[in-house]
Design a binder for this molecule. Structure first.
Ligand code: CA
Ligand code: CA
Length: 99
C-alpha cells in the first residue's frame, strides 16, 4: 500500500532563534537612551566616567548618597571593568534596572 504523505517531513527550524529572551529596546527607546547617555557624558568621549556618573544617577532617579554605594553601582554597570561606562553597558543597565 502506497501512502501519500503531503506533510512536510522537513520542518524548518529557525536556527536557535528561541534560545533566550533578549530584551532589546525599540528604536524610540534607543534614541531616548542615547539622549540620556549624552546628557551625562559631559566631555563627549562616548563614555561615562565615574565623575560623570552622578549625573547619570540623577537622570535615572537613583539616589545613592554614599560614595561607596555609588562605586559599587558603577562597577556593577561597568561590565568589562575598564573603569568607564560605554553606551552598551549603559543600555544594558537601564533596561535591567528596577524602575
Ligand atoms: Ca565622558
Ligand atoms: Ca566599561
Amino acid at each position: 500500500m502506497i501512502e501519500h504523505h503531503d506533510v512536510d517531513d522537513a520542518v524548518t527550524r529557525p536556527d536557535g532563534s528561541d534560545r533566550s529572551r533578549v530584551i532589546a529596546p525599540s528604536a524610540d527607546e534607543l534614541r531616548e537612551l542615547e539622549d540620556r547617555f549624552h546628557a551625562c557624558d559631559a566631555d563627549g568621549d562616548e563614555r561615562i566616567a565615574f565623575s560623570e556618573f552622578e549625573r547619570l544617577l540623577e537622570i535615572a532617579g537613583v539616589k545613592l548618597t554614599d560614595e561607596e554605594e555609588r562605586r559599587a553601582c558603577f562597577s556593577e554597570i561597568d561590565l568589562n571593568r575598564d573603569g568607564e561606562i560605554d553606551f552598551g553597558e549603559f543600555t544594558d543597565w537601564w533596561i535591567r534596572r528596577p524602575s
